[in-house]
Design a protein around this ligand. Structure first.
Ligand code: SAM
Length: 275
């Protein structure tokens, strides 16, 4: 049975409709499912965290290739489907929970080679990705389907309008790349947007910082007034206008630049100076 037919069959069998409020757009392309597993380099040594397994389409392919799949799903009706579908698998562990409220560190405490692979619910993409990164989990890679625009923001380079606070944060923790473009007709129901799969390779070594909190404070201040030059937008981050000018002169950063012109290293220099 192809995935479109399988998705239809499961929804009918369990008398379900996709819930928009939970971001339920099911993948119906076998090719994309196979590509995701391939670009994530899933092997039998890997433990996979899957967020939002839904009807289990990606889950079953992951389970064929990985050592173990820990699948976290919020929706009661999906859990009913998944419990039946994977009852005979000994390497699929279902967690019925909100991923944003789940203690992921505890879940993977004895595991090695942990990767996250998921078709994310789009209404909470950024909170999920930032949770995975900010909790400093012992994971090697995050391979996730996201809205195309979000993927472009994650992977943007300086000087463009896509480059923002989230780009700098993602680049601080990972090396991001877009690995698959996914047009909207690969989902049921068809969403209003196109998608892409991003690969976030978690950095073993990050840019060195004296104080991580200051780094994020500087990024937030600079991008929350992104039309202003940094000589102005950084006033208030513990500094007066004169102090900001002196700092930028010392660091040899032009105060007429805007946040979008600064590299991750520039933000690190500024944060270290303030610290
Ligand atoms: N993996 C399936 C697929 O590719 O066909 C479904 C992906 S669908 C885009 C997103 C899934 O995330 C849905 O099954 C939805 O119920 C689930 N979900 C939504 N919010 C969640 C949350 N806070 N925690 C865990 N799962 C959630």
């Amino acid at each position: 049975m192809n995935l479109r037919a399988e998705t239809d069959f499961l929804l009918k069998k369990y008398n379900l409709k996709a819930k928009k409020s939970l971001g339920q757009n099911f993948l119906i392309s076998e090719e994309i499912v196979n590509n995701i597993v391939e670009v994530a380099g899933v092997s039998n040594e890997d433990t996979i965290i899957e967020i939002g397994p839904g009807l289990g389409t990606l889950t079953s392919k992951l389970a064929e290739n990985a050592k173990e799949v820990i699948a976290i799903e919020l929706d009661d009706s999906m859990i009913t489907v998944l419990t039946e579908r994977f009852s005979l698998y000994d390497n699929v562990k279902l967690i019925h929970a909100d991923v944003l409220k789940t203690d992921l560190k505890e879940l993977i405490k004895d595991k090695s080679s942990v990767k996250v692979v998921a078709n994310l619910p789009y209404y909470i993409t950024t909170p999920i990705v930032m949770k995975l990164l900010e909790e400093n989990l012992d994971i090697v890679q995050i391979t996730v389907m996201v809205q195309k625009e979000v993927g472009e923001r994650f992977t943007a380079t300086p000087n463009g309008k896509e480059y923002g606070a989230i780009t700098v944060s993602i680049n601080y923790y990972t090396e991001p790349s877009i690995v698959i473009d996914v047009p909207r007709d690969n989902f049921d129901p068809v969403p209003d947007v196109d998608s892409c799969v991003v690969n976030l390779k978690v950095r073993k070594e990050r840019v060195e910082l004296k104080n991580e909190k200051n780094f994020f404070k500087v990024i937030k201040a600079a991008f929350s007034q992104r039309r202003k030059n940094i000589g102005n937008s950084l006033v208030g981050v513990g500094k007066s206008k004169q102090e900001v000018k002196e700092m930028l002169d010392t660091l040899k950063i032009d105060s007429n630049l805007r946040a979008e012109n600064l590299s991750l290293e520039n933000f690190a220099q500024i944060a270290d100076y303030i610290s």
